[in-house]
Design a protein around this ligand. Structure first.
Ligand code: ADP
Length: 409
């Protein structure tokens, strides 16, 4: 059987353009250069601002690393461009620059050509993503100086979820909290959910407008999304990425009253409890082993009970999340796994389906072990009550595709 085509309809292949992707974090800068569907080069600068700042990158098949003590975002981007120019020519042949932006608030429901107004709106969402949005604005300003004559496009993690109906995004707290303080569900991983939903539709040979899908993005951060006829109608992440599923280090849903309770009984300040919920919970907190699913699985295989428990908690809560997403759909035409765990961990997928017996899934162990690679993503038997698929995500390709769309118009 044919291998799964990992790129959705209307791929980049027809666009002979080089797209530079920039993802500026608070202390990191990721970059990638794409041409069509090919990722020609990619790299990351980490620990920016610190003495141990460093870079690693791949250009073609060559990989390398370098120390860049105390480099800031500006120097990192200049270095990245210099690396690329050494290989691809000076000035770097780039037709457009795509910027990944974590939070677009309620301003953006799709990718946007960047101008001063867009930058101002990205900055105005800083309270919703204090670690990311200010860094994005810095990256955009630097990149516009370096590449002044090409379009720059902002691609938002939240944009895909702006189609959710009010009853899915509003919290049941006093309505003024939304009106005054913008407290609501925004979701995240939107670029990935949209990309894999379209790719799954392509693999199934059906128009996405006909499909009701649940997509499960399982990386370090994890979220599920209800994709109804190509539009997000619900998702598990909330105002911030802490809500929803169990993740590498995040707890996902908890009773908010745990916070004042813990403060009273343990004396921990609220800030420390919040830090614990974000950075020391999830797989790491329950297993005590690691936030990395590979290490947790290995510990479980060696008989360590808390590791098994962490995997079960992760899988059970995902199953619950899938069923919650079903409330926004008429049926589930396919459950789509993606992200580092979703794409590579057959054991997790099998365990999730054990917790979804109500939907009568029939896993095909061989297809599941092969991660659906020889079956256009499918990992369940033909007779299964629930079709399950594995679809690789590619944030870079998805951002490049959305950026390239501005070149065609
Ligand atoms: P991020 O969210 O940072 O992009 P990834 O999508 O790479 O992260 O997902 C990281 C998770 O994926 C880790 O828990 C890791 O254990 C898991 N993972 C990545 N590759 C594999 C693999 N080959 N086998 C099993 N798990 C994997």
């Amino acid at each position: 059987m044919a291998r799964l085509e990992i790129h959705p309809e209307g791929t980049l292949s027809d666009v002979a353009a080089k797209i530079l992707i920039i993802n500026c974090g608070s202390s990191s800068l990721k970059f990638a250069l794409l041409e069509g569907d090919a990722i020609l080069a990619e790299g990351i600068f980490e620990r920016l601002g610190l003495p141990e700042a460093s870079a690693r990158w791949r250009i073609g098949n060559d990989t390398a690393t370098a120390e860049h003590p105390r480099a800031n975002h500006e120097r990192a981007l200049a270095e990245a461009v210099a690396l690329l120019e050494a290989h691809f020519g000076t000035p770097l042949p780039v037709n457009a620059v795509g910027h990944r932006v974590v939070h677009g608030g309620e301003f953006f429901s799709e990718a946007k050509l960047i101008d001063y107004e867009v930058i101002a709106k990205i900055e105005s969402c800083r309270d919703l993503a204090p670690l990311h949005n200010p860094a994005h604005a810095i990256g955009i300003r630097i990149a516009r100086k370096l590449f002044p004559s090409v379009p720059h496009v902002a691609v938002f993690d939240t944009a895909f979820h702006q189609t959710m109906p009010e009853h899915a995004w509003l919290y049941a707290v006093p309505y003024e909290m939304y009106k005054r303080y913008a407290v609501r569900r925004y979701g995240a991983h939107g670029t990935s959910h949209e990309h894999v939903a379209r790719t799954a539709a392509n693999a199934l040979g059906r128009p996405i407008e006909e499909l009701h899908l649940v997509t499960a993005h399982l990386g370090n951060g994890c979220s599920a999304c209800a994709v109804r006829e190509g539009k997000s109608v619900d998702t598990t992440m909330g105002l911030t990425p802490l809500e929803g599923l169990v993740m590498g280090t995040r707890s996902g849903d908890i009773d908010p009253n745990i916070i004042p309770y813990l403060r009273r009984v343990s004396g921990m300040p609220v800030e420390e409890i919040i830090e614990m919920l974000n950075h020391r919970s999830g797989l790491l907190g329950v297993s005590g082993v690691s936030n990395d699913m590979r290490a947790v699985v290995q510990a479980a295989d060696e008989g360590y009970h808390r590791a098994t428990l962490a995997i079960d908690l992760f899988c059970y809560r995902l199953a619950k999340g899938v069923l919650a997403m079903a409330a926004g759909l008429d049926r589930i035409d396919a459950l789509v796994f993606t992200g580092g765990i979703g794409e590579n961990n057959a054991r997790v997928r099998a365990r999730v389906l054990e917790f979804l017996q109500i939907l009568k899934p029939e896993i095909d162990p061989d297809l599941n072990r092969a991660h659906g690679r020889e079956s256009r993503g499918r990992i369940t038997r033909d007779a299964s009550g629930l079709l399950c698929m594995v679809v690789p995500t590619s944030e870079e390709r998805a951002i490049a595709k959305q950026t390239a769309a501005f070149l065609k118009t």
